[in-house]
Design a protein around this ligand. Structure first.
Ligand code: DC
Length: 225
């Protein structure tokens, strides 16, 4: 079968990235975490202490940063100007900044170009917010994963605990709701399902089961070819 593009969109902690990674592994595809790219831009903006709504400052920043993604067994390795920032971009304060910077046209244009370039030969599973609507509207298979905010906040809370941080559940939930709202209501490439996306509520699935379900959809689609 032709190696297709698989788009997995949805809000934060909906299970996208783990399922995307496992599905890619199962299919021998490449996994691309597009949120990590916006996170790398946010980290660069934080370090440079720029006001991301200042167009000149943002343009100057974007012209001097180079984001590179490579693939490892555990997931993507993200480099910002040659430095491995894969862990640094997961700091909690980067999430909101990534959401804010991702609403800027210049940033989206640059990241979408990179994503299209990396996916052009197919055989790739991308997770994000606008993959099925904007980046690859012709993707061969599209999923839109959702789960109630409380379920997603609990997942994120447990992840942070595991990292040795001391999160407050109420804060994690509040931040997640704020980020969903910002990502869904922005003007450019908002978080909305593509018309032809398969919707899945992930609250009832463990990660293995979810990956199996996505895989069954993949096989069904392959049969239909
Ligand atoms: O998937 P994530 O939580 O790592 O993404 C961080 C932010 O990046 C998210 O709040 C919105 C933005 N994002 C986006 O606008 N488009 C994408 N394709 C992926 C992420």
């Amino acid at each position: 079968m032709k190696r297709i593009i698989i788009a997995i969109d949805g809000p934060a902690a909906s299970g996208k990235s783990t399922a995307a990674k496992l599905l890619a592994r199962k299919l021998g595809y490449v996994y691309l975490d597009t949120g990590a790219m916006y996170r790398a831009c946010a980290l660069a903006a934080k370090r440079a202490r720029i006001d991301i709504t200042d167009p000149l400052a943002l343009a100057a920043l974007m012209s001097r940063i180079k984001i590179r993604i490579s693939f490892a067994e555990e997931g993507n390795i993200i480099e910002l100007n040659g430095e491995d920032v894969s862990s640094a971009i997961r700091e909690p304060d980067i999430s909101l900044l990534a959401s804010a910077i991702s609403a800027q046209r210049l940033v989206r244009e640059k990241m979408v170009e990179l994503q299209r370039e990396m996916g052009r030969h197919g055989g790739v599973v991308l997770d994000g917010r606008d993959i099925g609507t904007v980046v690859f509207p012709d993707a061969g298979l599209k999923f839109f994963l959702v789960a109630p905010p409380e379920v997603r906040a609990r997942r994120r809370y447990l992840e942070l605990l595991q990292k040795g941080l001391k999160p407050l559940y109420a804060e994690v939930l509040q931040e997640m709701i704020a980020r969903d709202e910002a990502d869904s209501s922005r003007e450019l490439a908002p978080l909305v399902p593509a018309e032809d996306a398969i919707h899945i509520d992930t609250k009832d699935y463990g990660i293995e089961e979810l990956t199996e379900l996505l895989h069954r959809h993949f096989l069904k689609r392959a049969e239909g070819q």
